[in-house]
Each structure stands twice: as structure tokens, then as C-alpha cells.
Design a binder for this molecule. Structure first.
Ligand SMILES: Cc1ncc(COP(=O)(O)O)c(C=O)c1O
Length: 376
């Protein structure tokens, strides 16, 4: 029987389910005539701030801009070192570099894929000012340890929550545990807009004001520019869409966790794989396996041949990218992760039968190898 291909992410059902509300939200913006910032953006900022338990939220153009603006507000500039992970999306380090500050990398904990606090301790210097953990794949980083390091060494703690909206640690939302947190609403994120969008959240009124000012050409009052900023504001169309989609976020995150648990259960007896831990608060932006036998690329090709899309997040540690290559030491856990990881299709309300097909595809790869007498 011919099955339709399985994409890595299918947003159609989640959009259809809210289609009427989304249409109405867009019509309201058209009729309001307020397209940049305005009441929709303000309402969205307040709703998210309330949900995350933070004092302020500032809507910006993208998750990348959110990082750049938050970093600048926290004092990133030439001569300052910011510690982050080499195993994340490029934007995390790129944002540090574009402020003029220097990214300093510490290796990951192989179990969580997140920054290893012990390794952070090894790269601290007198120039370190900011610690930037990423809650990768939707799994909260070890924030108790990060907070302890930040406190002891008087560092500003900035959380990259692009992949972790709604993730919680002991009741506290990611983004609310540091000096500031940044979010992305890129369409594939757990809360996705229909274009680019981002947010900076903070408990500090002065950091919020600084971010707002920097994202608005360095001015809080029109035509009274006080410093060099940029144009980075959330637009009303995206905010209106996000407000509608936000109502479903918790249900979608719950559904992602359930789907991850099903994958774990159905893949538990497959040799050669390591399934991700369903750690507390994990919102499974990605469901990421490790392929332990060195045949990750062959498995990916096999799945593609049977119509199943997978993605390698991320194939190269940031320190090995052309832009940074040769400037940093090796990070063995990040390199190993880059060589082993494979993210499977996962989205809220993904049909169980679709998941079963992915699992069958994986099983057939390992079983055929065994039958052919090849190492598994
Ligand atoms: C960890 C991480 N940081 C930052 C970003 C940048 O977000 P954006 O694409 O909205 O600029 C992303 C997402 O793409 C990300 O995954």
C-alpha cells in the first residue's frame, strides 16, 4: 500500500482547528489600521508575561533579534565574554558575535544535550559577564546550577528559550529564571507565528525598557534617538495570530510529550538507538534520538526512501562552522552528538498511526541489517 510521505512537521491540522478564529483575528487587525506594535502586540506581551510569570515582555522581530537586544541590554560589547553551548542553532552564538562580544563555549552534558555546568566552570574568566544556556529541543537546562554559577561569579543569566516555550522546572517557566529570556515564534516553533517574530522577557523594568529602546532605533520617544539601536518590533498581524495560537500552547505541549513517550515505548527494544529522557518540563520541540552504531546517515537515507522525513539538528558543532573554525578547542560531547543525532517527525496531535509508520521504518532498517549479517 502506498502511504503519503511523512513530513518532519505538519501544522495543517493545528491551523485548521483554529481557522475561523485566525481569520477573525486578521480581519480585526486589517480593520484597526494598526500594523506595527499597537493594542494586539501589547495584549500579547501582557498575556505571555503573565503566563511565564515575568514582569515584562517585549515583542521583537525574531528570536535572533531577541538575543541581540537582550545581550546588548545586559552589557554585551567588545571585550565581554559570553558563555554558551556549541551544540545549538547558530543564532545563539551569532547574536553574541554581532554585539561585538566574544562567544566562549563549554561542552554539553551528553544526556540532556544542554550546557554542562561543570564545563562552564572551566571556561570562566575575568571577562565573563553573561551566561547563556539554551533549553535545547524543549528540555530545560540545569537552571539551579546555572543560577548558582551566575550568582557566585556575578554574571547575568540569559536564557535562550527559542525551543522551550511552556517548558517548566519545578513550576517555573523557562525564561523566568534568569535576568532575561528570549523566545522565537518562527513558524515551526512550539508557538509559531505565520512569519518571523520574537520576544524578550525579564523581571527587570530597566532591562525591558532598554530592549524596547534598542529595538526602536534607540528611542523611547519618537525622533529623540538616544543611542544606536535597530528596527525590531513585533507586528500586529503576527501578534494577533500568536494570541489565538497561544491558547492552545499547553495542550499542544502536552500532546508533544505524549507522542514522545509513545516513541520511547515503541522504540525501547531497538538495539543501537538511544531514546531521549522524558525529563520533567520537557516540551519536545524536537524528538531526538541518538544512533549509536555510526549509521545515522544510512538510517536517515533509508527513512527517506520510504517517505519519512527526518532532520539532523545539528550536524556541526558551532565551533567547527567556517565562521568560527580554528578559534576554539574541540568539544567531544558536542561532536559526538552532531554525529549521532536524528530528529523524528513530531507535532501536536500527530496521529498514532503516523508515528507507528515512523517506528516501522526504523525497525525495518535495523532488522534488514541484522538479516543481511551486517553489524546493527
Ligand atoms: C536555539 C535557538 N536560538 C535562536 C533561534 C533564532 O530564532 P529566529 O529564527 O526566530 O531568529 C532559534 C530558532 O531558529 C533557535 O532554535
Amino acid at each position: 500500500m502506498n502511504h503519503p510521505p511523512i513530513p518532519i512537521l505538519d501544522l495543517r491540522a493545528s491551523i485548521q482547528e483554529q481557522e475561523e478564529e485566525l481569520r477573525q483575528a486578521l480581519v480585526n487587525v486589517l480593520q484597526s489600521g494598526a500594523f506595527i506594535q499597537g493594542p494586539e502586540v501589547k495584549a500579547f506581551e501582557e498575556e505571555v508575561a503573565d503566563y511565564l510569570g515575568v514582569r515584562s515582555a517585549v515583542g521583537v522581530n525574531s528570536g535572533t533579534d531577541a538575543l541581540i537586544l537582550a545581550l546588548r541590554a545586559l552589557g554585551a560589547e567588545p571585550g565581554v565574554e559570553v558563555i554558551t553551548s556549541p551544540f545549538t542553532f547558530f543564532a545563539t552564538a551569532e547574536a553574541i558575535s554581532v554585539t561585538g562580544a566574544t562567544p566562549v563555549f563549554a561542552d554539553i552534558d551528553p544526556n540532556s544535550f544542554n550546557l554542562d555546568p561543570q564545563k562552564v566552570g572551566e571556561v570562566l574568566s575575568s571577562r565573563t559577564r553573561i551566561l547563556l544556556p539554551v533549553h535545547l529541543f524543549g528540555r530545560p537546562a540545569d537552571m539551579a546550577a546555572m543560577q548558582a554559577i551566575a550568582e557566585k561569579h556575578e554574571l547575568q543569566l540569559l536564557e535562550d528559550c527559542a525551543q522551550s516555550i511552556g517548558a517548566k522546572l519545578e513550576g517555573r517557566a523557562t525564561g523566568s529564571m534568569g535576568a532575561a529570556g528570549t523566545f522565537s515564534f518562527y513558524p515551526t516553533k512550539n508557538l509559531g507565528a505565520f512569519g518571523d517574530g520574537g520576544l524578550v522577557v525579564t523581571q527587570s523594568a530597566s532591562i525591558a525598557e532598554k530592549v524596547r529602546k534598542l529595538g526602536n532605533h534607540g528611542s523611547l520617544e519618537r525622533y529623540h534617538n538616544e543611542e544606536l539601536g535597530m528596527n525590531s518590533r513585533l507586528d500586529a498581524m503576527q501578534a494577533a495570530i500568536l494570541r489565538v495560537r497561544f491558547r492552545k500552547l499547553d495542550a499542544w505541549n502536552y500532546s508533544r510529550r505524549k507522542a514522545a513517550a509513545r516513541y520511547n515505548q515503541w522504540l525501547a527494544d531497538v538495539d543501537g538507538l538511544q531514546t531521549p529522557e522524558i525529563s520533567p518540563g520537557h516540551v519536545f520541540h524536537q524528538y531526538t534520538l541518538r544512533i549509536l552504531d555510526g549509521r545515522r546517515d544510512a538510517l536517515q537515507a533509508h527513512l527517506k526512501s520510504v517517505g519519512i522525513s527526518t532532520i539532523v539538528y545539528y550536524p556541526v558543532p558551532l565551533t567547527e562552522l567556517p565562521v568560527y573554525r580554528g578559534q576554539y578547542p574541540k568539544f567531544p560531547h558536542s561532536e559526538q552528538a552532531a554525529a549521532q543525532v536524528l530528529s523524528l517527525p513530531l507535532w501536536p496531535d500527530m496521529p498514532e498511526s503516523t508515528q507507528q509508520r515512523v517506528v516501522d521504518g526504523i525497525r525495518s532498517f535495523f532488522t534488514n541489517r541484522a538479516a543481511a549479517g551486517l553489524p546493527r
